[in-house]
Design a protein around this ligand. Sequence first.
Ligand SMILES: Cc1ncc(COP(=O)(O)O)c(C=O)c1O
Length: 368
Amino acid sequence: MQIKFTDFKSEFKFFKKDISNSLNKVGIAGEYVFGKELNKFESNLRKFFKVKYVLGVGNWTEGMVMLCKALDLKKDDEVITVSNSFIATCGAIAYQGSKPVMIDVDDTLNIDIELIRKKITKKTKAIMPVHLSGIPTNLDKIKKICKENKLWFIEDAAHAFGGKYKNKLLGTVGDVGIFSLHPRKNFHVLGDGGIIITNNKKIFQKLKLLRNHGLKNRDEASVWGTNSRLDNLQASFGNFFLKKINKINLRYLKIANYYTKNLKNIVTTPKYEQKICKPTFHQYIIRTKHRDSLKKYLYKNGIETAIHYPIPIHKQKAYLDMYGKLKLKNTELFSKQILSLPIHNYISQKQQDYIIRKIKSFFVTKSL
Ligand SMILES: Cc1ncc(COP(=O)(O)O)c(C=O)c1O
């Protein structure tokens, strides 16, 4: 049996009718950049998240670069975040000229909250936890630290569309939430895309200018900006996807719970506070000291897996050249143990049973 880590082809078949409807709608209206579909998408998302402001942007990374500018972060101002994330989490901060300050993670693969206070300096301006694989940490504690130290609370919610913390949708707990709509995400469009959500009017107004060249109308620019608009066509895809996301997220949850039930005695399965968190399980990440041999074994048996992420950001040349060496014990250890199993809307029960069977048979050989 062959099981792909992602299955865009099945998804395309599943959504074919909706996709061609979107194309027709946008083509007939003749609106490719800005227009009804983007307005509708932003309005639908305001209702979905129950927030005042939503902005469709080119992707998460550009959204974060613009947010650093909107928050007026200067050179060497610091944003506290983690290293076990996609490069963009820190890359966007550094690219904009500020400094990503990475701290270690705890056993849940999330930011170790106990270490945050020690890292706050006069230059610290924001804290940005990453809801890795759509699992949040204790966001109340982070909120409290931000409040006490007058710091912005940004949520890297790239993996977390529709996930919840204490009945609040992820992205709405902090001052600003940023989502990636890249095709690999549980909620996505058919290319690059991103959204920023906030209840802060000033931040929203600045971002709105920045995403469109600083233009306050067609011809007058009040600040320097960039071009980071979410295309009308992508917004139209987003509109039909939004109708399905709750159902899709439930499916992710079901697959994740089934993995956990069957694998919890042989590998470390995802850890989180079950009573207060509803994860998206954008990834399903297990941990084992036999990671590399398990990955090879599964591949030989037709099962594609992935590692999120094999090289922590503080070990990347880009970081080392600029800031030098940093030691993050758990992050480094976990990067050698983590393995993401296939999880998406198109995996069948038979396929998931096969994956579980193969993992079990691998560990039987280990215990012999
Ligand atoms: C945690 C995290 N943050 C940020 C990003 C960047 O998103 P984008 O590709 O939309 O710029 C990603 C993308 O994979 C991500 O996984």
